[in-house]
Design a protein around this ligand. Structure first.
Ligand code: NDP
Length: 332
C-alpha cells in the first residue's frame, strides 16, 4: 500500500518536494492489532504545526516516516478481540492506504447512522471542537451575539449553526469567498457574513455586520480578525482561541492584534482550547448533533479530494481555502 511521508520540514508554505508518496508492503495485523483499509483520511490545519520540529501539544511528524491523523475505513484482517473483518472503524493512522492499528486506538462507527466521512467532521473532531469551544470554553449563553472566523470551514460552520440553534441574538461569520459568504447566510442561517479578502477593512466590516457589538468571538484565524473582534466586543465578552490559521505559514511574527489594552476596560476573557481536553462531552455532543442533523437544523458540507496521490494537494488546498466544510481525502 501507499503512504505519505514527510521528507523535509517546510519553511513557510509547504512545497510538493517536502512530501513523498511511498509504496510499502502490507503486513499482517499482528497480535492485538487490526488491519484497516482506509476509505477516507482527514487533512487538518494542526498538521502544519506538526511539520515543524518544535515542542508543542502534539509531537512533530518524523522525517521519512508516514504522517498520521484521523481516518476511517474497513477492517480487512483482525488479530484483536472485539473486531471482525468488515467492521468500520475510526482511528489515528491516516495518510496511508492500509493501517495496522492497535485495537485500543480504534473505535467502531456505525455507517448506517451517518456516512463514514461524517466521523471525521461534523460528528468527529472538528464537530466536538465547535461544540466544546462554544458551549464550554466561551460559556455561550442564549442572547449572545456571536462572531466566528473561518466560518465556512469545518469548525466554523458548525460553531455558527450551534449558536443559532441555541438562541444567539445574532450570528456573524467571515470567510474568504463570495460563494462561502452566500452559503453562510442562505444555507446555514447566519444573520450576517462578509468576505474578509475583498470587502475592505475587517474591523469596519465587522462593525457593520454587528452594529450592537459582539459577546462571543470564536477565533479560527488570529491576526486582523482577532483585532477586529476585540474592537467590536461588548463588556464581558469572551473569546475562544481555537486556531490562528492566518499565521501557520508565516515566517515572521504578525503585528495584529494591536489593541490588546481594550481587554482591561471591557473585562474580556480570551481562553485557549484544545479539543482533547473535552472528551467528557463526547456522548452529549453526539446525541445533540445527531439530533440536529436528523431534524435538518444543522447542515454541513464536505470537500472530497479523490485519490491518495492527491493527499498533498488536499492539505495545501485546505490551507489556501479550497475547501468548503471538512476537507477529506477519499481513497479509491
Ligand atoms: P477549515 O475547514 O476551517 O479549513 C481551513 C480554512 O481556513 C480554509 O478553508 C480557509 O477558508 C481558512 N483560511 C486559510 N488561511 C486563512 C487566512 N489567512 N485568514 C483567514 N482564513 C484563512 O479547518 P478546520 O475547521 O479544521 O480548522 C479551523 C481552525 O480551528 C484552524 O485554525 C485549526 O487549527 C483550529 N482547530 C483547533 C482545534 C483545537 O483543539 N484547538 C481543533 C480543530 C481545529 P477561507 O476561504 O475562508 O479563507
Amino acid at each position: 500500500g501507499r503512504e505519505w511521508h514527510l521528507v523535509a520540514r517546510p519553511h513557510g508554505w509547504p512545497k510538493a518536494e517536502d512530501f513523498a508518496l511511498r509504496e510499502v508492503p502490507v503486513a499482517e495485523p499482528g497480535e492485538g492489532r487490526i488491519l484497516v483499509r482506509n476509505k477516507h483520511f482527514s487533512v487538518d490545519p494542526y498538521m502544519r504545526g506538526r511539520m515543524n520540529d518544535v515542542k508543542s501539544y502534539t509531537p512533530p511528524f518524523k522525517l521519512d516516516h508516514p504522517m498520521d491523523g484521523a481516518a476511517v475505513g474497513e477492517v480487512v484482517a483482525s488479530d484483536a478481540e472485539g473486531f471482525a473483518v468488515g467492521d468500520q472503524v475510526l482511528h489515528g493512522l491516516g495518510w496511508r492506504e492500509y493501517a495496522r492499528v492497535p485495537a485500543q486506538y480504534a473505535v467502531k462507527v456505525d455507517a448506517s447512522l451517518a456516512p463514514l466521512s461524517a466521523y471525521l467532521g461534523v460528528l468527529g473532531m472538528t464537530g466536538l471542537t465547535a461544540y466544546a469551544g462554544l458551549f464550554e470554553t466561551a460559556s455561550f449563553k442564549e442572547g449572545d451575539a456571536v462572531f466566528v472566523s473561518g466560518a465556512a470551514g469545518a469548525v466554523g460552520s458548525q460553531v455558527g449553526q450551534l449558536a443559532r440553534i441555541k438562541g444567539a441574538s445574532r450570528v456573524i461569520g467571515s470567510a474568504g469567498s463570495d460563494d462561502k459568504v452566500k452559503l453562510l447566510t442562505e444555507e446555514y442561517g447566519f444573520d450576517a457574513a462578509f468576505n474578509y479578502k475583498t470587502g475592505g477593512s475587517i474591523k469596519e466590516q465587522l462593525k457593520q455586520a454587528a452594529p450592537d457589538g459582539i459577546d462571543v468571538y470564536f477565533d479560527n484565524v488570529g491576526g486582523e480578525h482577532l483585532e477586529a473582534a476585540l474592537s467590536s466586543f461588548n463588556l464581558h465578552g469572551r473569546a475562544t482561541i481555537c486556531g490562528m490559521i492566518s499565521q501557520y505559514n508565516s515566517t515572521e511574527a504578525t503585528a495584529a492584534p494591536r489593541n490588546l489594552a481594550v481587554i482591561i476596560g471591557k473585562r474580556l476573557r480570551l481562553q485557549g482550547m484544545l479539543v482533547n481536553d473535552h472528551k467528557a462531552l463526547q456522548p452529549q455532543f453526539v446525541k445533540d448533533v445527531a439530533g440536529w442533523l436528523a431534524s435538518g437544523e444543522l447542515k454541513y458540507r464536505e470537500t472530497f479530494v479523490e485519490g491518495i496521490e492527491n493527499g498533498y494537494d488536499a492539505f495545501v488546498g485546505l490551507l489556501r481555502g479550497e475547501n468548503t466544510g471538512k476537507m477529506i481525502v477519499t481513497l479509491n
